[in-house]
Design a protein around this ligand. Structure first.
Ligand code: PRP
Ligand code: MG
Length: 176
């Protein structure tokens, strides 16, 4: 059942202290993808949740969101669209610059990949400060897509990222 699957996923996440720098606790989603039972449990949980949302397009964030998005999209029978770090996407793109803990970064999305009033699900592995997801929401809205939900696997609740997001947020695993 759901709780069993959540426990399998939770146990497969590897935690590293002081990576990539001192004081940071790093939650490694690749542990889940290296464990087939955990990968299947994750897929089931995500698909079960997302299938109730009536989504047109699934958007994933560069780069770990590219693992999560297609897993859902292929089961829902909906397209997967990437938001990428600047300079990686061909054709017409919209861009949004946002702050990181140190410095800033720019995300881009292909303008033709989302249409007006598309119902969009944005997915990523982790919500930390919320800076990346907030920028993704703005990009989708700039193309007149409707952000139905931001779906993440792991939320670092103590960083308060959720409060920055102007869209509904759902996380599978919360870390207090
Ligand atoms: C990590 C993680 C999220 C983001 C969360 O990605 O995969 O996308 O940080 O942080 P935030 O909520 O503070 O914005 P990262 O930028 O390290 O890149 P990656 O996905 O390519 O590893
Ligand atoms: Mg990322």
């Amino acid at each position: 059942d759901r709780d069993e699957k959540l426990q399998i996923v939770r146990s497969a996440v590897k935690t590293y202290k002081h990576f990539p720098k001192q004081g940071i606790i790093y939650k490694d989603i690749f542990g889940v993808f290296q464990n087939v039972a955990a990968m299947r449990a994750l897929k089931d949980l995500l698909v079960e949740h997302a299938s109730s949302l009536n989504i047109d397009v699934i958007v994933g964030l560069d780069s770990r969101g590219f693992l999560v998005g297609p897993l859902i999209a292929v089961e829902l029978g909906k397209p997967f669209v990437p938001i990428r770090k600047k300079g990686k996407l061909p054709g017409d793109v919209a861009e949004k610059t946002f702050s990181l803990e140190y410095g800033e970064a720019t995300f881009e999305v292909q303008t033709e990949s989302i249409s007006k009033d598309n119902r969009v699900l944005i997915v990523d592995d982790l919500l930390a400060t919320g800076g990346s997801m907030a920028a993704a929401i703005e990009l989708v809205k700039s193309l007149e897509g409707e952000v139905v939900e931001c779906l993440i696997i792991m939320e670092l609740v103590y960083l308060g990222g959720r409060s920055k997001l102007q869209a509904p947020v759902y996380s599978l695993i919360e870390y207090d």
